[in-house]
Design a binder for this molecule. Structure first.
Ligand code: CS2
Length: 489
C-alpha cells in the first residue's frame, strides 16, 4: 500500500508542505487530538510553519484509545486535510510530529509536557472531557477527575495531566506552559483555570495553587470550523487528490475562525498570519458563536433527527425547517451583547454554511452529549432573552425538541438517545412519562441546568409544554410545518 508518510513524494492535486517539517521542534502538546484539532489548530499552525518557520510543531495526545495514533504514527504524523466547498481541495499537513496514546499515555504525555521546549498545552476534548460543571466548578463525580484525585501522579484526564505536568516543571525549575482550551465551553480558559486551581489545592497545597495562579496563563478562545466525522468517501477523496492511502484524512468546510485572548506566558506561533484574531476579551465572540451557530445546530440536530434528516444540509433543504433555523439565529442574535459586528450578516453566513451541499454533517453527531451542550447554547440564551424581553419561542422549540428526543423510542422500543454521559439518568427520568406534564418536571429534576425553574414557569413554560405535547402527539414534521407557517416568535 502506498501510504502517506514523511518520505512520500508530492503527487496529485494536493498542496504539499513547502517547508521541511522535521527541521522544526515541537512547541505545543495537544490533548485530545481528533478531527477538530486536525482541521483547526493544526491547520493554522501548519500555515505559520510554512510562512515563518519556528519550533511550533505539535505532539498529539489521544485520551480515548489508540485508533488515532495507529492511523497517524505510521504516516509520521502526516495527514490530508480536505476542504469541501464550491470546489474540493486538499493540503498535506506537516505540523503534527506524533501521537501519544495507549497504556503509557500518562508517562509519555507528561514527558512531552515537561520538556522546556513545550510552551503551550492546547486542548480539544469536547465539553464532556474536562470534568467541569456547567456553572464552572470541578466535577468530582467525573470519572477522570475522581480517578486523578486519588492517583495524581498517573493522571488520565486533562486537569490531572496539566496539574501534574506543572508540578513537575516547577520542581525542576522550568517555566510553565500556557494552557489553551479550544472547546465550545463558555469562558473556556477562565473555567479551566478555576478547575485546575481547585484540583491543585485539593491534592497539593495552597502554595502550589498560588504559583499556578500567579504564573500560568489560560487564555480563552472561540474556535469555529464545521468538521464532520471522516467516512469512506473522505479516504477515497484523499487518495484521489494525493495519490496516497491516508487513513487519517479529515474533511472540513472552507470557513474557519479563531479568536484568542492574547495572554501567552511563554510565546506563541504567529497564528494571525493564518487569520487568527487576537483580542483582549473573547467573551462576546464566544457568546455569538455558541448561541447562534451552536445553538441553532443543537436545535436542528434534535428536530432533524425527529423528522428524518440525516444531515444538516437536509434540514436546510426543507424551507419550513430552514425558516426555523433562521428564527433561532435571529432570536439568539438579539441576546448577544458587546460586539460591533453585523450579526445579521453573521446569521446569513451561518445559514449558507449549514446549507453547504458538499458537507455531510450528521445531525446525529451534533445530537450527542446534549446535557453538556445545551446549558450555554440554549438555556443561558433563553434566560437572557426572557430578562431582556426579546423573542423566546425559538428556545422553547429547541428545548421541546431535545425533551422529545430523550423520550422517543424507535420501532423496536430502544431509546434513540444513546450518546450522552448522562443518558442513563435521562432515560430513567423519562421512562413511563407519556406527556409533557410528566416528562418536563422529571427531566428538570435530572437536569436543572437545562430546564431551570425560570424556564418551567410562566409563558415560556406553557409554550415549552404545548410544543412538547404537540411533538409527542403529532410528530415533528407536523410541528415544524405549523411553526414555520405561523411565523411565531
Ligand atoms: C456542533 C459543533 O457537534 C456540535 O455540537 O455544534 O461541533 C460545531 O460544528 C462546531 O462548533 C463548529 O465550529
Amino acid at each position: 500500500m502506498n501510504r502517506l508518510a514523511a518520505t512520500s513524494f508530492a503527487a496529485g492535486e494536493a498542496e504539499w508542505p513547502r517547508y521541511r517539517p522535521e527541521e522544526h521542534r515541537a512547541g505545543i502538546v495537544h490533548l485530545g487530538l481528533g478531527n477538530f484539532a486536525k482541521a483547526h489548530l493544526l491547520a493554522y499552525t501548519d500555515e505559520v510553519l510554512s510562512a515563518k518557520g519556528g519550533d511550533w510543531r505539535v505532539i498529539g495526545v489521544s485520551l480515548r484509545g489508540t485508533a488515532v495514533a495507529e492511523a497517524l504514527n505510521p504516516q509520521d504524523g502526516r495527514y490530508t486535510l480536505i476542504t469541501r466547498g464550491a470546489e474540493t481541495s486538499a493540503r498535506i499537513i506537516g505540523a503534527l510530529k506524533y501521537v501519544v496514546a495507549g497504556a503509557r499515555t500518562a508517562s509519555c504525555a507528561l514527558s512531552a509536557m515537561t520538556r522546556p521546549a513545550c510552551r503551550i498545552v492546547s486542548i480539544t476534548v469536547t465539553e464532556k472531557g474536562y470534568g467541569i460543571t456547567s456553572d464552572g466548578h470541578l466535577d468530582r463525580a467525573h470519572p477522570a477527575i475522581a480517578a486523578d484525585l486519588s492517583q495524581p501522579d498517573a493522571p488520565l484526564g486533562v486537569i490531572g495531566l496539566i496539574v501534574e505536568a506543572l508540578r513537575q516543571r516547577r520542581a525542576a525549575g522550568i517555566a510553565p506552559f500556557t494552557v489553551l482550551s479550544c472547546d465550545n465551553l463558555s469562558h473556556n480558559g477562565a473555567k479551566l483555570r478555576r478547575a485546575v486551581l481547585d484540583f491543585a489545592t485539593q491534592i497539593h497545597d495552597a502554595d502550589f495553587a498560588g504559583w499556578i495562579e500567579a504564573q500560568v496563563r489560560f487564555p480563552s478562545t472561540m474556535v469555529d470550523r464545521i468538521t464532520p466525522a471522516s467516512t469512506a468517501e473522505t479516504f477515497a477523496t484523499a487518495k484521489e487528490l494525493t495519490g496516497h492511502e491516508d487513513l487519517a484524512a479529515v474533511e472540513t468546510e472552507p470557513f474557519r475562525q479563531w479568536v484568542i485572548e492574547d495572554d501567552f506566558g511563554a510565546g506563541r506561533p504567529e497564528w494571525e498570519l493564518a487569520g487568527a484574531v487576537f483580542v483582549s476579551d473573547v467573551g462576546p465572540y464566544e457568546q455569538m458563536k455558541l448561541r447562534m451557530l451552536n445553538g441553532a445546530h443543537s436545535m436542528l440536530a434534535y428536530s432533524g433527527q425527529l423528522s428524518g434528516k440525516t444531515y444538516v444540509r437536509d434540514v436546510m433543504a426543507d424551507p419550513a425547517h430552514a425558516a426555523l433555523v433562521r428564527r433561532h439565529l435571529a432570536a439568539a442574535a438579539a441576546t448577544v451583547r458587546g460586539l460591533a459586528l453585523d450579526l445579521g450578516a453573521y446569521a446569513d453566513a451561518l445559514a449558507e454554511r449549514f446549507s453547504n451541499p458538499a458537507i455531510a454533517h450528521a445531525t446525529a453527531q451534533i445530537a450527542m452529549d446534549g446535557t453538556q451542550k445545551l446549558p450555554p447554547r440554549i438555556t443561558a440564551t433563553a434566560l437572557d432573552a426572557l430578562e431582556a424581553g426579546t423573542p423566546t419561542r425559538a428556545f422553547a422549540f429547541a428545548l421541546a425538541s431535545w425533551v422529545t428526543y430523550v423520550a422517543r423510542r424507535s420501532a423496536d422500543g430502544a431509546p434513540i438517545l444513546t450518546d450522552d454521559p448522562r443518558a442513563q439518568a435521562l432515560l430513567a427520568a423519562a421512562s413511563g412519562a407519556r406527556n409533557a406534564a410528566a416528562l418536563l418536571p422529571a427531566l428538570a429534576a435530572a437536569c436543572p441546568d437545562i430546564l431551570p425553574e425560570r424556564l418551567m414557569a410562566g409563558d415560556f413554560g406553557r409554550t415549552l409544554s404545548e410544543l412538547t405535547d404537540a411533538m409527542l402527539r403529532e410528530g415533528m414534521p407536523a410541528v415544524i410545518a405549523r411553526e414555520a407557517a405561523s411565523g411565531g416568535v
